[in-house]
Design a protein around this ligand. Sequence first.
Ligand code: EPZ
Length: 434
Amino acid sequence: MDKFLIKGGVPLKGKIEVSGAKNSALPCLAAALLTDETVILHNVPYVKDLITQRRLLEDLGATVLTPELRTHKISATSIVTFEASYELVKTMRASVLALGPLLGRFGQAKVSMPGGCAIGTRPIDLHLKAFEQLGAVIELESGDVVARAPKGRLVGAEIGFEKVTVTGTENVMMAAALATGKTTIRNAAREPEIEDLAELMNRMGARIRGAGTETIEIDGVEGMNGAEHTIIPDRIETGTFIAAAAITGGEIEITRCNPSHLRAVIAQLGTAGVEIAELNQSTLAVRRSASGLKAADVTTEPHPHFPTDMQAQYMALMTQAEGDSLIRETIFENRFMHASELTRMGANISIHGNEATVHGPTKLSGARVLASDLRASASLVLAALCATGETLIDRVYHIDRGYEMIVRKLRSIGADIERIADSSSANAEAGQGV
Ligand code: EPZ
C-alpha cells in the first residue's frame, strides 16, 4: 500500500486550489439515473470515490464519458440492472445513493446493505424507513436491500427524520422527485451539498423547494430531463488547507473555494488564533496570528455548525495550541481513531467517551503512523507537516478517496512530502503522476 513520507517544519507559502466537493459529486452522479437524457457535470474531483461511483453507474448500464478529467457526461438511457453489488458497496458506503433514483425512476432497486466503517456503525435504517413511507416495500435478502414500489411508482408523503442524515435526505429527494404527489422532508440535513444536488435536480425538471433549510418540499413530476451543472468547491478540503497553513506557521491563499459554505469552521479557527481574510467570494488568505494558536473547545454538529469531517484536522491543530481544548464528537460514535496515532507523535490527548481533551502545545516528532479513515489521514498529514524529522504514513489509500492530488497540491506550497508508491498498487493517484 502506498505511503507518504513527510519531512516537517516547513511553513507553507503560496497559492493552493480547491477541487470540487466529493460529497456533492457523489449524489449528483447518482441523480443522473433519474433521466434517460444526458447530464453533464463539471468540477467533478478526480478522487477514488468518484471513480467507484462512476463504475457503479457503468455497472448499472449507464455510459459515463469524460471529455475532460473533471467533466462527466452521464447517460442513463439503457439501464440493464437495478443492482449495486457488494463488491462496490463494501468499498464505498455512498453507493447507497443509487437506491433513491433507481426506486424513484424504475420502482425497484437492489443494493448491498453497507456494513459498518472505521468511524461508526452507520446504519441506513432512516433511509429505508423513509422509502417505506413513500410506499416502497423493503426486504433484506442475503445481505442485500431489495426495494420495490408495488404500484410501480412511489407516492409522496410526510417524512420526519428522527436524526439529521445527509445521504438520507439526498436519497429521499431523489426518490420523491418522480413520485406521485407531494413529499415534505422535516428535520432535513442542511449541508451545502444538499443545496447543490437540489440545484442540479431542479435543472433536470424536478420541483424541489427549501433545500438548505430544515424543511424540504418536493412536488413529484412525470419525468426529468438532461442538464448541465458545476459541482460546488469542497468545503472540507478548504478547511483542511486552512489548518495546514496554521499548523506550519505559513501564509497561503486558498483559491476556487466558497467561504460561505464553511462559516462555522472559519469562526472556530479564528477563535483558535488563525487569521482568515476573505479576499473575494472564492479566495481566502490564511496565516497564524502573531500571538499564536490558542486552545478552543468545539462540538461537532450538522450544518451550519462545526462539521464532523473537520474534527480530526482540528484535533491535530489543537496539539499546537496554548492550553486545553475539549473536542466533543456528536455525529459518529468512533471518530477518534487518529488520537492514538497523534499521541505516538508526541501529542497529549485524553479521551472520555465522545469527548477528547487536547493538552497543548506539545512538540511533535516524526514517526511511523497508520491512517484509519479519510479525515484521520488528513490529520496525520497536518501533524507530520509541523513535526520535527520524518513521518511515514501508511494506508494513504484512505486520503486518495477524498483529496485530489494532495501530494502535488501540498508540494506546490512548499511541503516536503512524497508518495512512496507500492509497486503492486495501481491506483488513481498513479494516474495523477504524484
Ligand atoms: C455524510 O455521511 C458524509 N458522506 C460524511 O462524510 C459526513 O461525515 C456525514 O454525512 C455527516 O456530515 C457523504 O456525503 C458521502 P449521516 P452520511 O447519514 O450521510 C446516523 C467524509 O469524510 N444515521 O448524516 O452517511 C449515522 O450513523 C464522510 O467525507 C442513522 O442512525 O452521514 C450518524 O451517526 C465521512 N441511520 C448520523 O446519523 C441512518 O439511516 C449522521 O449520519 C442514517 C444515519
